[in-house]
Design a protein around this ligand. Structure first.
Ligand code: MN
Length: 247
C-alpha cells in the first residue's frame, strides 16, 4: 500500500489525502468570536450520522448517541462557527493542518478554544464514521489493515487488549486511538479533545472515553463500555480509511 502522500510540508502543515477542508470564509469580531454584531456564518456543519441513533444498540444506546451527536458534537460546531467569525483561517486551512501546526496560524488568544473545538469536531466526526450502522457484532479488521495490525501490533487480539488498556489508562476525559504515522500503526491515548493530528498521526479508530460517551448506560463502568465498543466498530469503514490513505 502506498502511503507516501502523508507528511509534513516545508511550512509545517500536515499534507494528507484524507484532509478535511472545512471550507468558507468569515470575517469580523474579536479573536474569540465575542462582541460581534454579525451572526456566525455556518463555516462548520454537524455531519449527519448517516444511520439511526439506535443503530448500535445495545452496545451504545440511542439516547447516548443522540445527546452525544446533537449536544456534545453540536457544541463544538457552534463554538467553531463563533470562532470562525474573527479567525477566517478556520475556513481556509484544513482542520488537520491547523492542528498539526499547533494552531500557529491562529491568533494566540484563540489557540486553546480552537485546539479544543477543532479537535473535538474531528475526533467525533471520525467516531461516527467508524461505528457500525448495521449493529453487527464480533467483526474484526480485515484486508490490508488486518495484515498491518498483524505486523505492527502483533495481531488484533493483542492490539485490542492494548487499545483497551490505553483507553482505560487515560485519567479523566480523553480518547484511545489506533493511528498511523510514518507508515506504522500504533496505539495511544490523548487527553481532553486533543487530536492525533497534533502529533502528525493519522487517526483510524478512536474510542471516546469521556463519560458523556457511556454514562447513561454504563455509569462508571468504562471497561464495560470499551468491551461493548468493539461490537459497534465498522471495520469496513476503518479499513477503507486506511486503504484510501495511499490514494
Ligand atoms: Mn464525545
Amino acid at each position: 500500500m502506498n502511503i507516501g502522500n502523508i507528511g509534513i510540508s516545508r511550512r509545517g502543515f500536515l499534507v494528507a489525502t484524507s484532509a478535511v477542508v472545512v471550507g468558507g470564509i468569515a470575517s469580523g469580531g474579536s479573536a474569540l468570536g465575542q462582541a460581534t454584531t454579525q451572526p456566525a456564518p455556518a463555516v462548520f456543519k454537524l455531519p449527519p450520522l448517516g444511520y439511526a441513533y439506535d443503530a448500535v444498540e445495545p452496545n451504545i444506546d440511542a439516547r447516548t448517541m443522540e445527546i452525544h451527536h446533537t449536544k456534545h458534537h453540536g457544541a463544538f460546531v457552534t463554538n467553531l462557527n463563533r470562532l470562525a467569525v474573527a479567525n477566517p483561517m478556520l475556513g481556509t486551512l484544513t482542520a488537520q493542518a491547523i492542528l498539526a501546526d499547533n494552531c500557529a496560524a491562529v491568533p494566540e488568544a484563540a489557540r486553546t478554544p480552537v485546539r479544543n473545538n477543532l479537535g473535538g469536531h474531528l475526533n467525533h466526526t471520525l467516531y461516527w464514521e467508524t461505528l457500525n450502522p448495521a449493529g453487527k457484532s464480533g467483526a474484526e479488521p480485515v484486508g490490508a489493515l488486518a495484515e498491518q495490525i498483524e505486523s505492527d501490533l502483533g495481531g488484533w487480539e493483542k492490539a485490542k487488549t492494548d487499545l483497551a488498556a490505553s483507553s482505560m489508562g487515560r485519567f479523566g476525559s480523553g480518547w484511545g486511538w489506533l493511528v498511523l504515522k510514518d507508515g506504522k500503526l500504533s496505539i495511544l491515548s490523548t487527553a481532553n479533545q486533543d487530536s492525533p493530528w497534533m502529533a502528525g498521526q493519522v487517526p483510524l479508530l478512536g474510542i471516546d472515553v469521556w463519560e458523556h460517551a457511556y454514562y447513561l448506560k454504563y455509569q462508571n463502568r468504562r471497561a464495560d463500555y470499551i468491551a461493548a465498543f468493539w461490537n459497534a466498530v465498522n471495520w469496513q469503514a476503518v479499513g477503507g480509511k486506511f486503504e484510501n490513505l495511499g490514494k
